[in-house]
Ligand binder design. Sequence first.
Ligand SMILES: [Fe+2]
Length: 342
Amino acid sequence: MTIPRPSVLLVDDEPRTLELLGQVLERSGFDLSLASSPGSAVELLRSSRFDAVVTDVVFDGWSEGGLVLGAAREHQPEAVVILMTGYPALEAAVAAVKQGATDYLQKPVDPVVLAAYLHRSLKERDMSSPTLAFKDLVDILTSMVAHTIERVDPYTAGHGSRTRKYCRMMAQRTGLDDATRERLELAGIAHDYGKIYLDDLSFLTKKGPLTPEEYAAVQKHPELGAKKLGHHPHLKDVCRYVAEHHEKWDGSGYPKQTKGEDISLAGRILGVVEVFDSLATKRSYKDGWELSKVVEFLKSERGRHFDPAVVDEFLVLLESHGEDWLRAPQKDREAAGVVAAD
Ligand SMILES: [Fe+2]
């Protein structure tokens, strides 16, 4: 089972600093996202949830760390925020803490010290709020659903969480309203829920191609998942997106061969995101793909498997996050203790 790792956004315009700090933070048990500019950090803060933000203060000679701090406070009020600067000044430190920074470190920052600061600050934050917020409950329950799916298919460790994260960013890019985005996020977690109800699961770890019978069985999982998720009124759209996640823009998908805009926009987004993460994931029968090969494939299926407008937006996200997102499945598998099979 994947043990959730605290998510940290690390922001610095020096690639070497990102690399050095990033390596140690990853080894220290954090799930890391990187941003090399305040603008890309603000975009991530709007669309993804982080437990902590560590940001440089001065970018290209401009003191823009405040932008990141402001966005963190607006969009992630629970996050721990640590500022780093090569130009320490007591007034600046006091001002930063008044704006809501948790701590203020002088560069060069010792990565081991930073990791210890983060662990301590997150522990203090968690201890300070003994009651569960609604979003904590949602996170706990969605995590349980994701782990249940991973139980039957260990290769998919973290697949649901990653799909949820990428869906959330796509929802922002495509202008989905909050209610639809929330339902899409739930579908991102639960899209393969139907797999746990399939009679024979041996194909999930099979080496080599599926037999026609096995493939026919697999094709039942979208509708099975939608049915088994239940009948709560708030789940109606979630069930629709789950049922649609293997449909294709040209009508050649399954189970219903739904076509074009008859597939919901959320379902079309889930379809692209889910394929991307599957391509990035090593399976019993294949290695994870390189980014160039993934991009080439997504482009080749533009207007066939995928809605052209949706895949275009996703390709923009890959320009900034593609390399990180391709490494994510392997990191999650290692965290879950899944041994790579040849
Ligand atoms: Fe699926």
